[in-house]
Structures are given as C-alpha cells and as structure tokens.
Design a protein around this ligand. Structure first.
Ligand code: NAP
Length: 470
C-alpha cells in the first residue's frame, strides 16, 4: 500500500518516504510520502483561506455517506489497522464499529440547532431586545493523534471538526498512518472538499512541531503521552488547546463486590487492545479479605486471553506497538519483582508480543504502577478498606478515569465524590463510554476540556452572540 501525505486532498512528494512495518512479523505493510515545512504552510493556508460551503444538511450527508462506505469496507479497514498496529483483529473490528458510531452521532448532532436565546428585558438594566447565540467555525484546527486506536482517535478529531465546519490539518501517528489516510480518502469520496482536511506525515520538527507553533492555527487538539502533551503546551503559544493525555486508571474491588464481575472487568480492562488504552485498568486495588480469591480467579481467567498472531480469529491479545514497548514492559515487571511482586501468569515477551500478565503483591511505589505501563499487565495491590483504596487511587499524577466494583450504594457514591478524575464507572471498566458522551481527564491526564462528539464540536467552534431590538 503506497500512500501520500495530503495537502487539501492532493498528494505531496517532497520529504522522503515513511515505511510502515507489521509489529507481528516485521513485514513491510506500506509506505507514505512525507511532507515538508512548505507543505505545512500550504495546508494551513488552504484551511485558513477556505470557508466551508456545505450546509448543516450537506455536512450531515457527507458523514452519513462516509459511515455507509466504512460499513461496507469494515473488515478491510480492521485488517489495515491490525497489520500496522499488531492489535488483534477482534479488537480492530470493534474499533471500526466505534468509528461508525462517531460518524452516526456527529451526523445527527450537526442537524441539531446549538443556539440560545436570551430576553434582554429581564433586568432593571435591560432593554426590549433579544440576544441570540450561534456557533461559528474556527479558521484552522490542527489535530495530532496517537497509535493505540489508529482509526477511532483520528475520527474523534476529524469528524467533529467537519460537523463544526472547521478545516483541519491532521498529523497521525507515524506508527499507524495508513488507516488515517484511507479514512481521509473515504471522506473526500463522500463529498468533503479537499480544503477541509489535510493529512501530513513527516519528521517531527518539520511537521508536528511546525503545526504546533503555527500562528494561524486557532485550535490544537492533541491526544498522546503526558510528556509530549506538556511539551506541546509549552510550544503552542496563543491558541485554544485540547489535551487528552495518559492515564493510570484504578479498578477498585471492594469486599462486597460480585467477584465474577470484578474478575471479568479486571481482565477486560487490563488486556483488551493489548492493554494499550489510555483508560485501560493499570492498577487493581483489592480489599484484603477478597484479595486471595480474586487473584486466583483472575489468574484462571487470564488463560482465556490467547496471545499470538493478531490476524488469527482466535487471538484475543495481539502485539504491543513494537519491540521497544514490549522490552519496556519487561523491564518494569522485572523491577517490580525485585521489589517484592510475584508474577502469577504471563510475564514473557517475544519480539513485540507481551503475554497477558497477572502480578500480585505489587509495591505501591514501583515504576510499573507509578508511571503509565501501556500493555497487557494486571498489577494487583491490596488495600485495607475503601478509604485506603480512594487515597491510593488519587495518589497519582494522573486523573483520567476509574472503575469501582461494589454492591453498596453508599460506597459507590462516596467513590464518585472522592475520586479526582474525569470519569467514575460503578461496576464497569474505567474505559466504558459512548462516543458522544463527554470524555477527558484532569491533573496530568488533561485540563478538564472534554472530548466526545458533542463536546468536541464545541471545541472546534466559537460562540458568536448577536442582539436585535425586540
Ligand atoms: P505520543 O508518543 O505522545 O505520540 C502522540 C502523537 O504526538 C504522535 O502523532 C507523535 O508523532 C506526536 N509527537 C511526537 N513528538 C511530538 C512533538 N515534539 N510535537 C508534537 N507532536 C509530537 O503517544 P503515543 O505513544 O502515540 O500514544 C500513547 C499515549 O497516548 C499514552 O500515554 C496514552 O495514554 C495516550 N492516550 C490518551 C488518550 C486520551 O484520550 N486521554 C487516548 C489515547 C491515548 P510520531 O508518531 O511521529 O512520533
């Protein structure tokens, strides 16, 4: 598959070629021609010089047509993601399903009027007038996306921008650029004007950092690691920022939990998508009295998560993104063992394959659970009671999401009030959401600006207020 970076829908050739290899077997999957700094300026100028001519109805139609086209090519898109990311096919089919939802919800949302009306004669200082609000597109948006949901992360940036009528320049992960470019092609074929979307790959300094610093860009939406997110915040200058960064989400299992449910949620939360979700379960905090039984059942459950060839129908856990990521996981695991943790299942890596791993007696301050470990690791930490669990859950620089397994309403409401993070899911994995509900974190995970289709449309637009005599 030979693809090109795209400026306003047109291929560019200028800055060498990016090769994309399959993390499972190292085979070349495709290549992408890279953009230059001049291409960055051309893409931003094309966006800034363009006023979207499509009505709300026409934007909704473009999104609906894209949804139908993606539905028809669902398996092909899933296979593209699997071959460039190493994620198991069952996960990438699920991801395409989520993207279909993004398109459906945005196509519906764009038809909904988003204005407000205020009577201005409601105060002694008022007048016989009415004040109205309308949302208007911004001049140019930039989006930078990570590798772990190569299609859905891209959709969560591009689709709301189209709904808002705001032209966007996308810089997808260089590890997974192929599906992003194929998705752009679907949008153009569905009637999206080229100027509404450019997709640029290339050296970080030439492309990503030039976009971040660009003075004409009005909104920058970034999803990725804390380190890069903070670097971007320091570089971006005067523009609106939407930062969706890393997570270290806890699953709290209390004494009164339905243990079967708790074990299922722990395994699904820790192992799905090869553990590479910002909202994966990265710490399992279990009350003392049930810790032994929970651990035994999780070890048994982990055997269901067959790990291997990502294209095989029976595989539930494919590779992580590359060998370096697998070695990192092995290192933090070895360190934890030196500090007293016990590996009860999995633990080994081969190339980019890292087996689903259950670790017990994990010390609270080891690197594996203090930093974000992005892979199929299920570290179990014992806690004394709910207060201890909440304190430990909050004792992290992250604040993305969380899950609590309990049958007690009082414990559930206390957890919802006390956990300092963007989402609390009772009897669910931290990652549970639908594509239009507000999503995003606080602390190092984000600045409290939410994504999800409805919130993202707001981020890509501004409110204009006007008033009339009435
Ligand atoms: P990453 O290393 O931060 O990369 C993310 C994107 O930033 C990539 O497109 C990358 O480009 C680009 N980038 C790298 N250096 C840059 C720079 N100096 N200036 C501007 N852009 C730069 O993250 P990742 O490893 O791809 O993704 C995993 C991380 O994303 C995890 O921390 C995960 O928790 C987080 N995440 C968060 C959410 C959320 O909603 N909160 C969702 C998904 C993932 P290259 O590919 O060219 O390096």
């Amino acid at each position: 598959m030979n693809l090109s970076s795209l400026v306003a829908g047109k291929p560019v050739t200028g800055n060498g070629t990016l090769r994309v290899c399959n993390p499972w077997n190292g085979e070349l999957v495709g290549s992408v021609s890279q953009a230059t700094r001049a291409d960055v300026d051309a893409a931003v100028d094309a966006a800034c010089g363009f006023t979207c001519p499509l009505s709300r109805f026409q934007r909704s139609e473009v999104l609906e047509r894209t949804r139908s086209a993606l539905e028809a090519r669902r398996d092909e898109f899933a296979r593209t993601i699997t071959s460039e990311s190493g994620l198991a096919l069952r996960e990438t089919r699920y991801e395409v399903g989520r993207t279909l939802d993004v398109l459906r919800f945005a196509a519906m949302e764009v038809l909904r009027d988003d204005g407000q009306i205020f009577s201005a004669d409601v105060s002694a200082q008022g007048k016989a007038r009415k004040i109205f609000t309308v949302r208007e597109p911004l001049r140019c948006a930039v989006a930078i996306t990570p590798f772990n949901h190569p299609l859905n992360q891209v959709a969560h940036k591009v689709v709301p921008a189209i709904a808002a009528g705001t032209p966007l320049v996308l810089k997808p992960s260089e590890k997974t650029p192929l599906v992003a470019l194929k998705f752009a092609q679907l949008l153009y074929e569905a009637g999206l004007p080229g100027e509404m979307l450019s997709v640029l790959l290339g050296p970080v300094g030439d492309v990503a950092e030039s976009l971040v610093r660009h003075e004409k860009v009005e909104v920058l939406a970034f999803t990725g690691s804390v380190a890069i997110g903070k670097r971007i915040a320091g570089m971006a200058g005067y523009k609106k920022l939407v930062l969706e960064l890393g997570g270290n989400d806890p699953l709290i299992v209390l004494n009164d939990a339905d243990l079967e449910l708790a074990v299922t949620l722990a395994a699904e939360g820790a192992f799905r998508n090869s553990g590479q979700r910002c909202t994966a379960v990265k710490r399992i905090l279990v009350e003392d009295a049930v810790a032994a039984e929970f651990t035994e059942r999780l070890v048994a459950k982990s055997r269901d998560y067959l790990c291997g060839d990502p294209m095989a129908e029976t595989t539930r856990v494919g590779t992580v993104i590359d060998e370096a990521a697998a070695s990192y996981l092995e290192n933090v695991l070895e360190e934890a063992v030196v500090e007293g943790a016990r590996i009860l299942a999995g633990g080994g890596c081969k190339g980019a394959l890292f087996h689903p791993t259950v670790v017990a007696d994990v010390p609270r301050n080891c690197r594996m659970v203090v930093n974000e470990s992005f892979g199929p690791l299920a570290p179990i930490l014992k806690v004394r009671d709910l207060d201890d669990a909440l304190e430990l859950a909050n004792a992290t620089s992250f604040g993305l999401s969380s899950g609590v397994v309990t049958r007690n309403l009082e414990s559930a409401t206390k957890a919802i009030k006390r956990l300092r993070c963007g989402t609390v899911n009772i009897n669910e994995v931290p990652g549970f959401r639908i594509e239009c509900s507000p999503f995003g974190g606080v602390k190092d995970s984000g600045q409290g600006v939410k994504e999800g289709v409805i919130e993202a449309i707001k981020a890509y637009s501004f409110v204009k207020t006007f008033s009339l005599p009435w």
